[in-house]
Design a protein around this ligand. Structure first.
Ligand SMILES: Cc1cc2nc3c(=O)[nH]c(=O)nc-3n(C[C@H](O)[C@H](O)[C@H](O)COP(=O)(O)OP(=O)(O)OC[C@H]3O[C@@H](n4cnc5c(N)ncnc54)[C@H](O)[C@@H]3O)c2cc1C
Length: 497
């Protein structure tokens, strides 16, 4: 049997979601030896790729909470971070729409709350103005929030990780932390299936699993109640139906923002998410259910009657890490703390929405907690910039011509729905983190995200993987270990699909 080796780091971040990757990037601004351990075969596969992709303005959260403070700060900083990391960002603005007059008080309350939190440019508009901005939307009044924006949550997480990697952070994918021991020297000893790790500081950024990880380190005061949100993805034809994000007036006791319509940066529209507490022992139950999906469609049609099931191309679900049990509902503020039971371990508990928006200020807070104890030295080689994969389809004709002349792989379209070229897919396959499941390639290149959902291009992408890495049939994985794309044998000994 292969002997286990031990790797030693100043700081280990457990969990490569948007928050863990953001913390890793912020730490890489300093001379610190950092590792990120992630149980999945890519970054961002927890709630960070399963949300609405909204950069919230900050009017939904109670004044004085960390949620409110970090949301407003995250929103204001997002544009410059997105530029550094070459991540899509669109300030589409949002309308919270009152369907009936008795909901207008709710809009006023949100406006007041937002202003207390420091949100700019909030305005309540009437029926006529709604019609001007959104001819297809029905409502008697709305709160207009021009600061609300959208991004690609998976590209953002990937970009944070790639930039952290470039600045010296080590990423260990397929590395699930199974046990944590505090040694008498004060260091943490982490057991994973293949390797053991030692760290001076430990960051628990494991989303919906944060209470389990805390318990491994002897901290038993946190409880997470997983709460699922299901979505429909609509194809690009639906994008002409709306310009802004369209939300209902939220009922805070439900613990979600209500079923909303969100344009994505790629031109699709999302309907969702629903709000359903699930079994505490099934935290990764990302099932989508007929019952909820019918409900989503019905509620979306109340705002936008033109929504039709013929636009639906896919569905997915994300899981909120709630600190409030089903009997209570609502929200409890983020907990970011070092507990007495485990000095030098920082726990991030209940990082539910707006965690995507707030990831940067949360990361800064974690780094400042370590800095207070350790006085970190700046890394003179830190480079904040990262370049994403160039989207051929988004270029003008002249640039497209030049690109094809430079590299003929730009001249071959592999994904017809999304017009993704061979060059882009090869870059996605060759990503710096070495994540090569089909879903990793999909998130990076957009191939397989269109109307046919990979019906045309998937086998061609498998061929590219085979050409490049000489894969055997059982090397092709959809989403990490065990998720084989090809199974069984044909009579000629070749695998079937
Ligand atoms: C339905 C829904 C909609 C949302 N919409 C928005 C929105 O529009 N805007 C917004 O700002 N926020 C939104 N959020 C919130 C946002 O998605 C989360 O706050 C954010 O993604 C949390 O990131 P994270 O890194 O803390 O957690 P995660 O992304 O869940 O990452 C945790 C990581 O830890 C890993 N992990 C767990 N256990 C272990 C272990 N033992 N060893 C190693 N790794 C481990 C997991 O695999 C995972 O990758 C939404 C959330 C949901 C569920």
């Amino acid at each position: 049997m292969k002997k286990n080796t031990e790797d030693r780091f100043d700081v280990i971040v457990i969990g490569a979601g948007v928050v863990g990757c953001s913390i890793a990037r912020e730490l890489s601004r300093f001379k610190v030896k950092v590792a990120v351990l992630e149980k999945e075969s890519d970054v961002g596969w927890g709630s960070s790729c399963r949300n609405s992709g909204v950069i919230h303005a900050g009017f939904n959260n109670k004044p004085g909470t960390l949620m409110a403070k970090y949301c407003v700060e995250g929103n204001q900083k997002f544009h410059s971070i997105a530029q550094e990391l070459d991540v899509p960002f669109k300030k589409t603005g949002k309308l919270v729409v009152a369907k009936k007059n008795n909901e207008i008080t709710g809009l006023k309350k949100l406006k007041r709350q937002g202003e207390l939190n420091g949100v700019k440019n909030l305005e309540i508009i009437g029926e006529q103005e709604i019609k001007k901005l959104e001819p297809n939307v029905r409502g008697v009044a709305a709160l207009l929030s021009p600061e609300t924006a959208i991004t690609s949550p998976y590209l953002y997480t990937i970009a944070l990780a790639e930039n952290a990697l470039k600045n010296g952070v080590r990423f260990y994918l397929n590395t699930e932390v199974e046990n944590i021991k505090k040694k008498t020297s004060g260091e943490f000893f982490l057991k994973t299936q293949n390797k053991q790790f030692i760290a001076d500081y430990l960051i628990n950024s494991t989303g919906v699993y944060c209470d389990e990880i805390a318990r491994m380190a002897g901290i038993d005061c946190y409880r997470i109640y997983p709460c699922r949100g299901e979505y429909y993805v609509l194809d690009k034809n639906a994008s002409s139906l709306m310009n802004h994000l369209i939300y209902p007036v939220p009922h805070i006791e439900e613990g979600g923002l209500g079923i909303h319509l969100t344009p994505t940066v790629d031109g699709n529209v999302l309907i969702g998410p629903s709000n359903e507490y699930i079994d505490i022992n099934k935290r990764n139950d990302y099932a989508v259910t007929m019952e909820v999906l019918f409900k989503l469609c019905k509620e979306a049609q109340e705002f936008l009657p033109a929504i039709s099931p013929r636009y639906f191309i896919r569905n997915y679900a994300g899981i909120r890490s709630k600190q409030t049990p089903p009997s209570q509902g609502g929200y409890k503020d983020y907990v970011i703390e070092e507990s007495e039971e485990a000095p030098n371990m920082i726990s991030l508990i209940g990082i539910e929405s707006p965690g995507l928006t707030a990831a940067y200020p949360i990361a800064k807070k974690v780094v400042s907690m370590i800095d207070q104890k350790e006085k970190l030295t700046p890394n003179p080689h830190f480079n904040p910039y990262r370049k994403g994969i160039l989207r051929f389809e988004e270029q003008d004709d002249e640039t497209k011509k030049e690109l094809v002349e430079e590299n003929s792989d730009y001249g071959e379209v592999i994904c017809r729905c999304e017009q993704v070229t061979k060059k882009e897919i090869l870059e996605a396959i060759d990503n710096p983190l070495g994540a090569r499941s089909l879903i990793s390639i999909k998130y990076r290149s957009r191939a397989m995200m269109g109307r046919c959902q990979g019906g045309y291009c998937q086998t061609r992408i498998l061929e590219l993987l085979k050409e490049k890495y000489n894969y055997n049939w059982n090397d092709f994985l959809l989403r990490g270990s065990g998720s084989y794309m090809l199974t069984g044998n044909r009579s000629n000994g070749e695998p079937g699909i």
